[in-house]
Design a protein around this ligand. Structure first.
Ligand code: G6Q
Length: 555
């Protein structure tokens, strides 16, 4: 049987049959039949409590999902990743973000070479640099210490550090400013530096390839801004460092490779926040907190590698996501952190999950006949409750939710009438999961005295699945565990779907397409256009709008 024949596996077919049965049952019935369900279908590891009792599964569904994982040799896939096998087949690369957080005494071989000492050598250089900048020992061209850090990068070279710097702001140097520039829209750069003094500003140019259009454009803009303000080309040496795998390109740009922090082709962009790409995070929170974050990642790695599937968090989360996507037909997942510091977490997860598992062919190129990666989106609670939750509660789409919350606030604020506002926050988290699962029957609504005409409008069907993740406090360690949980759950799904979760040909396409179009936009006279009629007209219209041509002359 080819690996493409996932849906022909007996385990898959048994799941399908069992799903037909489970679809007749409401979460109300599942909870009523098992008073201990809420505790039984919950597990805890490395400081994360994971409650999946409000997912529409029973013991048999869970057993069959684990059997499916075995049938697809998930243990073999996990071992292959940790061993450094080239599991990113289309790019012929190992996938070893787990090596980025391996302890100093670990050994992980890529082509016979132990990469762990290389990882720690870079971490040590980052530490020395971060200490120098944070202590003021690193001086700018005019002798001033650095108070502003601007990280330039995009996609995987941006989203992780942006998310981590926001998530760990409470652990950051409040006397330093951290900004991020990603978009090729000049507004992004202009707004990021508007109020900064170039003499106190350090730029970190982050690009694995160092050829990405957006990043190079912004890096050139930054260099011009810095040199113009400081009046000397030589200022670049003190105000620019690079993070890249491409030393030659870094040199070509004009940054001395002595000021380059390296990483390796076995680190995927969206899995790189704990490589040197995280230099801005380390500058913000300091080397010790950064290493605590890595320890959190590593703790989850070890859990993933060794815990039995029954209580393996990434395996459970991955399997439940697959169940929702493939059997219950859910096309999306809402990620709802009840923690303001995690406001960029859904955006970060969008890349992690959708770039990894947004694939339509198997590893050997066959078209899949099952859904792959769902659409991830979300906003922090409680804000979302006042906008899109309506659709989750009463709309026609099934939207499984991940609720994320913490026991202790980082910013305690007394609530009116006693307690802390944090209690109010978490009360909302808990109540939302309950309402989604159990809803409100027409009878309950009637008993509240609701006029008959309004009963259907005020009835909530419930049976909307969700998981809840609770941890004690949002620490660097906890953030590491949380990110690694999602990284590995994406891996679990990719392994079962038999797709390459580590390539991104769709991104490469974008990088190519704009190159042709830009030439047509900037040509002094309109070039001969050979696109479809819509694309041709848009190019003409843009040129006319840009050049302020009168309406009559517009295409
Ligand atoms: C991530 C993707 C993509 C990449 C960016 C930036 O997995 O490959 O988001 O990170 O396109 O690429 P560079 O780091 O090479 O500039």
């Amino acid at each position: 049987m080819s690996r493409a024949d996932l849906t022909l596996l007996p385990e898959w077919q048994a799941l399908q049959q069992h799903c037909n049965h489970l679809e007749t049952l409401h979460l109300r019935e599942l909870f009523a039949a098992d008073p201990k369900r809420g505790e039984r279908l919950a597990t805890e590891a490395v400081g994360l409590y994971f409650d999946y009792s409000k997912q529409r599964v029973d013991d048999e569904a869970l057993r069959l999902l684990r059997a499916l994982a075995q049938a697809r040799d998930l243990p073999g896939h996990i071992a292959a990743m940790f061993r450094g096998d080239k599991i990113n087949a289309t790019e012929n690369r190992a996938v070893l973000h787990v090596a980025l957080r391996a302890p100093r005494d670990a050994h992980i071989l890529v082509d016979g070479h132990d990469v762990v000492p290389d990882v720690h050598a870079v971490l040590d250089r980052m530490t020395a640099f971060a200490d120098a900048v944070r202590s003021g020992a690193w001086k700018g061209h005019s002798g001033k210490p650095m108070r502003n850090v601007v990280s330039i990068g995009i996609g995987g070279s941006d989203l992780g550090p942006v998310m981590a710097c926001e998530a760990l702001r409470d652990y950051s140097r409040s006397d330093m400013t951290f900004r991020f520039v990603s978009n090729v829209d000049g507004t992004d750069f202009a707004e990021a530096v508007r109020d900064l003094d170039a003499a106190e500003t350090l730029f970190i140019v982050c690009s694995k390839t160092f050829t990405t259009l957006e990043t190079l454009s912004n890096a050139h803009a930054a260099r011009a801004w810095c040199v113009a303000a400081l009046g000397d080309e030589r200022a670049v040496a003190k105000h620019f460092v690079a993070v890249s795998t491409a030393a030659a390109e870094v040199e070509k740009f004009g940054i001395d490779t002595a000021q380059m922090f390296g990483f390796w082709d076995w680190v995927g962009g969206r899995y790189s926040m704990d490589s040197a790409i995280g230099l801005s995070t380390m500058l913000a929170i300091g080397p010790e907190h950064f290493r605590a974050m890595l320890a959190g990642f590593h703790a989850m790695d070890e859990h993933f590698r060794s815990a039995p599937f029954e209580r393996n968090l990434p395996v459970l989360m991955g399997l439940l996501g697959l169940w929702n996507a493939n059997f219950l037909g859910a096309a999306t997942v809402a990620v709802l952190p009840y923690e303001q510091y995690l406001k960029r977490f859904p955006a970060y997860l969008q890349q992690l999950t959708m770039e990894s598992n947004g694939k339509h062919v198997t590893l050997d190129g066959a078209h899949v006949d099952y859904a792959t990666g769902p659409i991830y989106w979300g906003e922090p609670g409680t804000n979302g409750q006042h906008s899109f939750y309506q659709l989750i509660h009463q709309g026609t789409h099934l939207i499984p939710c991940d609720f994320i919350g913490f026991g202790q606030p980082l910013q305690p604020v007394p609530a009116q009438g006693g307690g802390d506002q944090h209690d109010l926050l978490i009360a909302n988290l808990i109540a939302q999961g309950e309402a989604l699962a159990f809803g409100k029957t027409a009878e309950q609504v009637r008993n509240e005295g609701t006029p008959e005409a309004l009963v259907p409008h005020r009835t909530f069907e419930g049976n909307r699945p969700s998981s809840t993740i609770l941890a004690e406090r949002l620490t660097p360690f906890a953030l590491g565990t949380l990110v690694a949980l999602y990284e590995h759950s994406v891996f679990v799904q990719g392994a079962i779907w038999d797709i390459d979760s580590f390539d991104q040909w769709g991104v490469e396409l974008g990088k190519q397409l704009a190159k042709t179009t830009i030439a047509e936009l900037v040509a002094p006279t309109e070039p001969k256009l050979a696109h479809d009629s819509s694309t041709n007209a848009l190019i003409r219209r843009y040129r006319a709008l840009r050049d302020g041509k009168p309406t009559s002359e517009r295409a």
